[in-house]
Design a protein around this ligand. Structure first.
Ligand code: ATP
Length: 216
């Protein structure tokens, strides 16, 4: 049996405990062999990141250092082209071959935005999607395109090993409301380390302080 590979893309501006909780829950509960963390270089759907791609990569590297099943994938970060998930999945599909289950991990907020992603319908031909709950983005009562998609592709149990792609599984994540936006705002407002350590791993906060990130 080919164990599924988890894929966690994001801006990681900065990486925070919510991202780590998501990846940890995915490893623990979705039967994944590993999680590839893929920081976006030039995210096309949002404002440019505040920190440089080098700083964002360095922070993810520090945050994931203690878990051997986490792997940093810098391919989007190193590219000068827009970071389209569908193209990253095409590359990973070539790398892992046609049979390996790939599982794209995302929070419910990202799932809400899926129908706006570049070639989004191809994404489920390339990978499964595992959606983690996130406060403010209920997965009950979805409407329109997303309701239809969820209805057609829903996997009730996290059994991704039966096929390489095409299923959507929702799972409960208790990661609180932490967001990178909140972290940036708290740092700019001069929040003390004790407050920021509730949201960030110590090594990431140390990096932010040493490089004077997010102060304005
Ligand atoms: P920002 O506040 O800058 O928009 P963010 O905190 O949402 O950033 P991203 O790097 O955009 O972080 O997120 C990467 C992935 O992690 C996305 O799929 C997002 O849904 C998920 N994620 C981030 N924080 C949480 C959280 N608290 N609970 C569940 N999922 C989360």
């Amino acid at each position: 049996m080919l164990e599924p590979i988890g894929i966690l893309g994001g801006t990681f501006d900065p990486v925070h405990r919510g991202h780590l909780a998501l990846a940890h829950a995915a490893l623990d509960r979705l039967g994944l062999a590993k999680v590839r963390w893929i920081p976006a270089g030039h995210p096309p759907h949002r404002a440019p990141p505040h920190a440089t791609v080098e700083d964002r990569l360095a922070m993810v590297r520090l945050a994931i250092a203690d878990e051997p099943r986490y792997q940093l994938d810098d391919s989007e970060a190193k590219s000068t082209l827009p970071s389209y998930t569908v193209e990253t999945l095409e590359r990973l599909r070539r790398h892992y071959g046609p049979d390996r289950p790939l599982v794209l991990l995302m929070g419910a907020d990202a799932f809400y935005g899926l129908p706006k992603w570049h070639r989004w319908e191809d994404i489920l031909r390339l990978a499964h999607i595992a959606v983690a709950t996130r406060p403010g983005f209920p997965l009950t009562g979805l409407a329109g395109t997303l309701a239809d998609l969820f209805g057609r592709c829903r996997l009730v149990s996290a059994d991704f090993s039966q096929s390489p792609a095409g299923g959507i599984h929702a799972f409960e994540l208790i990661a609180g409301t932490v967001s990178a936006t909140e972290v940036r705002m708290l740092i700019a407002a001069g929040a003390p380390d004790a407050k920021l350590l509730e949201l960030l791993p110590p090594a990431v906060l140390d990096y932010i302080r040493r490089h004077h990130l997010y102060r304005d």
